[in-house]
Design a protein around this ligand. Structure first.
Ligand code: TXA
Ligand code: MG
Length: 340
């Protein structure tokens, strides 16, 4: 199958594909999503097949606002409307108790909850509005690979397997949305996956304490968000996390073993180390925002060098605010390995 690379003027083509149970990848502010009609079991099953995604990992349904939540959800959480007013469109996914048979069971892997998000991207909001369909949208990568932050990444993984890609530039945030469980109206919200809407921000805006799924603190606990248990975001090349004060030692160790090393870090660290490594991927600046935006693109780029690298060294950040989401994804890519 030919994968059509569609621009804004070709929105009608994208809509027609979706209505015929086809798949169209779409841009969002976090990562690109793999879109399909959430009401069509056939289309949703193809999403799982094309990604090679385990069928026990539920999908997020992309919608255009709180009105749609009201259509699909039973027992709406008292904070739901406030959360959507404050953060939608934006990188916050809400896990809700859905009405029976609102969606085919495959969407939520048989769970009684479904997660919803209104993405902050004009082209994708236009697509949602023009199609009038709720769209599932897992990250548009092959399962297990770093999530796609550009349409080239989507094309690389899914060319020939999906009907279309609605094209846009690189995504602004670079990691997937915060997943917040509000399925029990009698319980406070709980973060199942950290993202750009942070615990600190939610607590400040809502004036309540936000719980965090235990497994995010202690990796051995079983996650409530099924997708979090899989080894994720990993390139084929070994990835190692380097703490701020360990760069010199880490580079010396690699030189001693004659390893081909790639480095991912902000300009300050890159300037210190680049004479002594094979290649670098420099984040736009030294901030955690720039690192988060560049993380998946960097992992993909350094995984594809010719000749292959032996190891990718990646800068760590303090685990607060956006640093929680950055480190969550990086630890999975590195299989928890720090240079010690
Ligand atoms: O930013 C994002 O969220 C992107 C863009 C494309 O919107 N989408 C995304 O989808 O990251 P995906 O499928 O790669 O990740 C969805 C995550 C998984 O960890 C999944 O287990 C969790 O959300 N999830 C979905 N529905 C759930 C539910 N009903 N209960 C618990 N976790 C759920
Ligand atoms: Mg994903």
């Amino acid at each position: 199958m030919e994968t059509k690379r569609l621009n804004e003027e070709e929105l009608n083509t994208a809509v027609a594909i979706l209505k015929a149970d086809g798949l169209v990848a779409f841009p969002t502010e976090t990562v690109y999503g793999l879109g399909a009609n959430a009401l069509s079991e056939k289309a949703v099953k193809r999403v799982f097949a094309v990604k090679g995604r385990p069928t026990d990992n539920p999908l997020i349904v992309h919608i255009t606002g709180f009105n749609q939540v009201k259509t699909y959800v039973d027992n709406i959480h008292p904070l739901a409307e406030q959360l959507t007013e404050k953060y939608w469109p934006g990188p916050l996914t809400l896990v809700c108790q859905t009405k029976k048979d609102a969606f085919p069971a495959v969407v939520s892997a048989g769970l009684s909850t479904v997660s919803f998000r209104m993405p902050n991207n004009d082209k994708t909001l236009a697509l949602l509005n023009a199609s009038g369909l709720p769209l599932v949208g897992p990250s548009a990568n092959t399962s297990g690979k770093p999530s796609p932050t550009s349409s080239e990444h989507v094309y690389h993984d899914l060319n020939g397997k999906i009907e279309g890609i609605l094209e846009d530039g690189s995504t602004a945030i670079g990691v997937e949305s915060t997943v917040l469980d509000i399925s029990d109206p009698n319980q406070p919200p709980m973060i199942l996956r950290p993202g750009a809407i942070t615990k600190e921000q939610l607590e400040q805006d809502l004036g309540i304490e936000i719980a965090v799924d235990k497994h995010l603190i202690k990796e051995s606990e079983a996650p409530k968000s099924p997708g979090m248990k899989y080894k994720h975001y990993s390139p084929d090349t070994r990835v190692m996390m380097i703490r701020e004060n360990d760069w010199e030692k880490a580079i010396a160790a690699a030189r001693q073993q004659a390893l081909k090393v790639g480095v991912m870090a902000g300009p300050t660290i890159v300037n210190q180390v680049q004479q002594n490594v094979t290649t670098v991927f420099t984040y736009a600046d030294d901030s955690v925002e720039a690192a988060t935006k560049g993380l998946f693109a960097g992992l993909r780029a350094l995984d594809e060098t010719n000749p292959k690298l032996d190891v990718i060294y990646v800068a760590t950040f303090p685990e607060k605010d956006l640093g929680v989401a950055y480190m969550n994804r990086l630890k999975k890519a590195a299989d928890q390995q720090y240079f010690e």
